[in-house]
Design a protein around this ligand. Structure first.
Ligand SMILES: Nc1nc2c(ncn2[C@@H]2O[C@H](COP(=O)(O)OP(=O)(O)OP(=O)(O)O)[C@@H](O)[C@H]2O)c(=O)[nH]1
Length: 528
């Protein structure tokens, strides 16, 4: 009790009075000398490239078991199949910014082993990792990731529902035999026995001798081709008393809802092993299976009776069939390429972050020293007609960035997808005794660096933002810049006072809508 009161008093002592806050309410402050647990987003480095090894869960082993009775001395095979291993899935989400929350090794759970009385092992749980929108996947080793539909594809099949509960809809006695035909009711995490359900059905009908009324199930194997062409055996149960198999087939066909990778873009292999850009994750909620769980091994209930009876020759074969398949393994490189319409490029201190905050509601860190921006910032610029444009501000580029000077040019990947480039030039870099670079040289260096990063990048629709027009002597500098650079729209602005920003907004919109806009050519920049 005393401790609780003490803690309460301590908390109250951390509250500032209304007079101090000026907004008429109390708020808690961190005690002096103690740092907050997590640094603000802006001061944290960005993990935008990540190496990931993933392994799907192994399939559970099938069970070899015989059920003997007085009437059947030889025994009837009743070993259940092993459960399928879980998949490793990447999910595209707006709630994550980079890859800092990921683990380098990810493994999904193994499927459970089958057991006697036709009880099938549960499916291993999937491992799901969230990645930011704009993630590009490069494949180093393993099979190509495949897009997965966001909804449960086999919603009605407990075999494939990770950690399915005992109260599966199929364990209900209301389900008739016809429904049961296509679905092995024993496929649930808690090993529900199909025999038991049948008995329950029969009991409901008032038939005590339910064994005689049992539907006559035959187990058949069908070779099925997977999305990638690999074939595997699939168990299909056929009721000999009911010949209408069409519904069953349809049911299984519905399972194959995995989409072809239409969006996958394969580029030329630049290096020997890495296959670049095998998949992109651009829509929130989109899912990608990067490692598949192995199929479960077959229980002897699925293996034809003759095969079981003549076990002298088939033991080895059975052992291999009953062993669960291992899950697939992949080794990937994840890269984040932000998705924005306009990219702001400029030298450090040119005023890119200030401009972004003037154009949108983004609040990037602004300071009068170089390389304040350590990670890309994205703001949304909305027009009166609700047309919205995403603007990306990336860390400053300096001459020689392609040789890893400054922050290097790795951040340029964040403007790779932009439609329009806005070159932010500092008109005051050489004014008032500053030892900077004149704006036209800034422009030339930026163009050279962009071309070093990716040939043809500067051919994108571009405009020039001549910032800091409020500084003394900036007007003359702007006039000089206009003489030295031609063929590109130019906007003199003062980002800090938001002067010229409305015109720039219109200019950006025009450039987005223009039919044949032009990029910047190095030959059209006159430098001493
Ligand atoms: N006089 C004047 N100063 C400006 C203007 N715009 C930005 N600044 C100042 O320029 C300095 C750099 O601004 P930032 O927005 O941080 O520049 P940046 O290009 O994002 O810099 P990095 O993060 O290093 O890439 C800050 O001190 C700003 O206050 C302007 O229009 N006029």
């Amino acid at each position: 009790m005393w401790r609780r009161q003490h803690a309460l008093l301590r908390r109250i002592s951390l509250l500032k009075p209304p007079a101090a806050t000026g907004i008429g309410c109390y708020y808690a402050t961190e005690p002096e000398g103690r740092k907050p647990k997590t640094a603000p987003l802006q001061s944290r480095g960005m993990v935008d490239r990540f190496r990931l090894r993933a392994k799907g869960g192994d399939g559970g082993n099938g069970c070899i078991s015989l059920r003997r009775s007085r009437s059947d001395r030889q025994g009837k095979p009743d070993g259940g199949n092993g459960g399928r291993g879980g998949d490793v899935i990447l999910e595209c989400s707006r709630s994550v910014w980079d890859f800092s929350g990921l683990q380098h090794h990810m493994k999904a759970s193994r499927g459970a082993n089958g057991i006697s009385k036709n009880q099938i092992g549960t499916r291993g749980s999937d491992k799901i990792a969230q990645v930011p929108v704009g993630t590009v996947i490069h494949l180093v080793e393993g099979e190509q990731p495949s897009l997965s539909v966001n909804k449960a594809t086999r919603a009605l099949d407990p075999w494939d529902i990770p950690d399915a509960v005992e109260h599966s809809p199929f364990s209900s006695s209301r389900i008739g035999n016809k429904m049961m035909k296509g679905l092995d009711s024993s496929r649930s995490s808690q090993h529900i026995s199909s025999k038991k359900n049948t008995a329950e059905n029969d009991r409901e009908r008032g038939n005590r001798n339910h064994r005689e009324k049992e539907p006559c199930y035959m187990t058949e194997f069908v070779r099925t081709e997977d999305y990638d062409g690999t074939s595997y055996p699939r168990q299909v149960r056929v009721d000999e008393n009911d010949q209408s198999d069409d519904e069953d087939d349809e049911f299984w066909e519905d399972d194959e809802e995995e989409l072809d990778m239409e969006e996958v873009t394969e580029e030329k292999e630049e290096e020997e092993d890495v296959r670049y850009s095998v998949a992109e994750m651009t829509k929130p909620g989109q899912r990608l299976i990067i490692a598949r769980g192995g199929e479960g091994g077959l229980g002897n209930a699925c293996i034809l009776k003759e095969m079981w009876l003549s076990k002298a020759h088939k033991e080895e074969e059975m052992a291999s069939l009953s062993t669960g398949h291992p899950g697939t393994e992949t080794y990937l490189i994840l890269e984040l390429k932000s998705i924005a319409d306009v990219g702001l490029v400029g030298m450090p201190n040119a005023g890119k972050s200030t401009l972004l905050s003037a154009l949108s509601r983004a609040c990037p860190e602004i300071a009068d020293y170089a390389f304040t921006t350590l990670r890309p910032n994205i703001g949304s610029l909305t027009y009166e007609d609700y047309f919205s444009v995403k603007v990306a501000d990336i860390p400053g580029l300096i001459k020689g960035a392609h040789e890893n000077r400054g922050l290097g040019h790795a951040f340029l990947r964040h403007i790779e997808r932009t439609k329009v480039l806005a070159y932010v030039l500092d008109l005051a870099a050489t004014l008032n005794g500053r030892k900077g670079v004149p704006p036209w040289e800034q422009l030339r260096d930026l163009v050279v660096e962009l071309e070093h990063y990716q040939e043809g990048l500067t051919k994108r629709p571009s405009l020039i933002v001549a910032n800091k027009i409020d500084e003394e002597g900036a007007d003359e500098m702007y006039e000089e810049l206009k003489k030295r650079v031609q063929g590109v729209p130019m906007f003199p602005i003062c980002a800090i006072l938001q002067e010229g920003v409305p015109d720039l907004r219109v200019g950006l919109r025009d450039l987005m809508d223009a039919s044949d806009p032009q990029g910047i050519e190095l030959s059209k920049i006159v430098v001493d």
